[in-house]
Design a protein around this ligand. Structure first.
Ligand code: ADP
Ligand code: MG
Length: 684
């Protein structure tokens, strides 16, 4: 980024050095970057409704009179200020926590607008906790408008960020239209209109149109990017032939288990690729727990047998460290002299220098790390195979980074995301796919339960019983909407509460995104070893973590997760011989059953879940569900925006038919943008 662009950001009104620095930490350096930071949700200022319409769990806006003088319970910081409000249709209890000062602004008899989520307050009846309180006139002025909500770091307010966006739009900041004008359908907003519409929509329909336009753009760029890469790759022959499987090593016979039929088939396909005519480009897809890691290890050993190095990359340090521990232990028990090194950001100082040295000299046969391993340009001696675990974006960026460096290793991508084959082909062209559609023998199917919060005690009792048997449990903590720091606080509160609840010999640990990598690894190791038996965590444990003794997965506020994510989460249990349980706590307070959770309870089959997911998501469901953990585009969702994905594939085909390598003068801007376009850099 040039200094000029930085300057442009500072020239926006209200952006001082401090804000600019905060924006910098979010990867925002120019007004155009700013506009690329899309809202994660919207606030809809709907007209107030009568109190009678309050339903637990729903978001409510009411205009009502303060009916009782405020009362303070408790002391100091922990004081709760509460009072009742009333309109013609009924009354509600209002509570504010940790805000004793609010008492002085509450006057009996005054009319205000209150906005918040309704909770069933037990003997107090329905209540609103911490509602936003506004003057009726102020609210009237806002009624009918839509306000964007952004995911922001601490210290940067929604208001300030909104203002910055407004300024950027006013300054005319934008980015060139990715979509050739002749490709657009009538009525589709222009790029600039779409930007305005996604940040400050005047209506729901304008928002939908803007979003569709931007999603189409992002899908098209992605598909063009992949197709161009594939063209490049298709040219050469196998740059790293691996014909040998050393007779001394028959590791599949050393594994502590017999490979399933599906694993055997996939292994054959992988081995055929490695010694075949072309460079391997394979997706290994298998539901959670289907045993992908063992295949990764066998492929890595094949690379080593042939004098190459192999790299295994995981999306999180926790997972990289776990792979490293398991693989090193296996190799050691087999007495195979294959040097395996771990390289993550927590490997520092001398250890790091040694690891880098061993990689560069070719001493390290197997290198395990996070996805940054390739991106940071570690020098390998003779890299022949790159395996990415739990990556759903199929390493577009990795491939381009490697290609730039002139290395052409085989690529194997492992994913549990049950992307229907049709979608995978649209996205990734003629990628080869192996499917593990068989679970290792001797596993009992998970028992699932969808329960209201009142069931919690029973769940804790079940957890206690399991722990006493030597098993372990995960509890995914209640979600909070306001970002990562509060999420962390929530995990801390919850685990403290739980530690008090359980007898002291039960050790409760915690894991969240705010913790340092070393700290996370320490906890995960303790959990794997059984020194911690109950792990309260955010969704950081979502992918890949494998602790076979874990038999309970309890998910609070399960109604707020996407199906794919719930399936990934419950995939953390049911990995050993014992019966495992998934408990989905529906915290919505709604009486009717939650359709998505019912789907979870009705099947353990990831593919079926993916299909149901498609059906359940209507086109109107813009931001209703948190984006599932897979296939994260900045805005698009391959399931929900299936139709746009098809359209994008058509667009890409049309563009490439006219201009196969995207080299025509008229496409020079498009080409540049597509080549720059790194889906992994965007959004999250
Ligand atoms: P995933 O496909 O989700 O990555 P893992 O590779 O972590 O699954 O395997 C899940 C568990 O099953 C691990 O503990 C692994 O050791 C075990 N496992 C893998 N293959 C087999 C098999 N063929 N028979 C028995 N257990 C297996
Ligand atoms: Mg895995």
């Amino acid at each position: 980024m040039g200094d000029k662009a930085k300057e442009a950001l500072r020239q926006l009104e209200g952006i001082g050095p401090k804000t600019a620095q905060l924006l910098g930490t979010m990867g925002i350096h120019t007004p155009a970057d700013l506009l690329r930071h899309f809202p994660v949700d919207y606030e809809w200022f709907t007209p107030p409704v009568p109190i009678r319409q309050a339903v637990p769990g729903s978001f409510l806006t009411v205009r009502a009179r303060i009916d009782t003088a405020p009362v303070t319970h408790g002391f100091g910081k922990n004081a709760i200020v509460s009072f009742r409000i009333r309109d013609e249709s009924g009354s509600l209890r209002i509570s504010y926590f940790h805000a004793p000062y609010i008492k002085s602004s509450i006057h009996k008899g005054e009319e205000k607008v209150f906005r918040g989520r309704v909770r069933d307050g037990g003997s107090y009846g329905l209540s609103l906790d911490q509602p936003e309180m506004m003057e009726p006139e102020a609210y009237e002025a806002l009624t009918g408008s839509i306000r964007p909500l952004y995911s922001l770091p601490k210290g940067l307010s929604q208001k300030r960020f909104r203002e910055a966006i407004r300024q950027a739009l006013r300054s005319g900041a934008s980015w060139p239209d990715l979509l050739p004008a002749d490709c657009l359908e009538a009525g589709m907003p222009s790029g600039a209109e779409a930007l305005r519409g996604i940040h400050f929509p005047a209506s729901r329909s304008q928002l939908e149109a803007a979003r569709s336009r931007l999603v189409l753009e992002e899908f098209t760029a992605f598909i063009l990017r992949v197709r161009l890469l594939r063209q490049e790759e298709g040219k050469g022959e196998n740059p790293c032939p691996m014909p040998v499987s050393a007779p001394s090593s028959q590791p599949e016979q050393l594994l502590p288990f017999a490979l399933t039929g599906a694993q055997q088939r996939a292994l054959k396909e992988i081995e055929a690729d490695l010694k075949g005519e072309k460079r391997m480009n394979r997706l290994l897809q298998g539901d959670v727990g289907s045993g992908k890691t063992a295949l990764a290890l066998l492929a890595l050993l094949r690379a080593v047998d042939n004098g190459y190095q192999g790299a295994l990359m995981a999306p999180t340090e926790v997972l990289a460290e776990q792979h490293f521990a398991k693989i090193s232990a296996l190799l050691e028990s087999w007495k195979l002299p294959v040097k395996t090194v771990l390289l993550t950001s927590s490997v520092k100082g001398t250890a790091r220098r040694e690891a880098l040295g061993a990689i560069a000299a070719g001493e390290a046969g197997i290198v395990i790390g996070t996805h940054a391993l390739i991106q940071e340009g570690v020098a390998f001696h003779r890299l022949g195979l790159v395996i990415t675990d739990e990556q759903h974006r199929f390493g577009v960026r990795q491939r381009s980074v490697l290609a730039e460096k002139g290395t052409q290793p085989h690529m194997l991508v492992m994913s549990a995301t049950p992307i229907p084959r049709t979608l995978a082909i649209i996205l990734y062209g003629d990628l080869d796919v192996s499917v593990l559609d068989e679970r290792p023998a001797g596993r009992l199917p998970l028992k699932n339960a969808v329960v209201p919060p009142s069931y919690r005690e029973n769940a804790y009792r079940l957890i206690l019983r399991e722990v006493q048997k030597g098993n372990r449990a995960y509890i995914i903590c209640p979600l909070v909407e306001e970002g990562e720091s509060l999420q962390a606080e929530n995990v801390e509160d919850y685990s403290r509460h739980l530690q008090n609840y359980f007898p002291p010999e039960v050790k409760v640990g915690q894991l969240h995104g705010r913790m340092k990598a070393e700290e996370k690894n320490r906890i995960m190791r303790a959990f794997a070893a059984g020194d911690v038996q109950v792990l309260v965590a955010t969704t950081v444990v979502e992918v890949g973590v494998d602790v076979p003794e874990a038999t309970v997965m309890m998910i609070e506020n399960a109604e707020r997760f996407g199906l794919a994510q719930l399936h990934q989460l419950r995939g953390r249990v049911g990995r050993g011989k014992d019966q495992s349980y998934a408990i989905f706590v529906d915290g919505s307070g709604k009486k009717e059953k939650n359709k998505r959770l019912e789907v979870m309870a009705s099947t353990n089959d990831g593919f079926q879940i993916a299909e149901e997911d498609l059906k359940l998501r209507g086109p109107g469901d813009l931001f209703g569900i948190r984006q599932s953990g897979d296939m994260r585009f900045a805005l698009g969702d391959i399931y929900q925006d299936h139709a746009l994905l098809l359209k994008a594939a058509e667009l890409a085909t049309r563009v490439l038919e006219k201009d196969p390598a995207l080299q025509a003068a008229e496409h020079s801007a498009l080409r540049e943008l597509v080549l720059q376009y790194e889906p992994e850099d965007m959004g999250l």
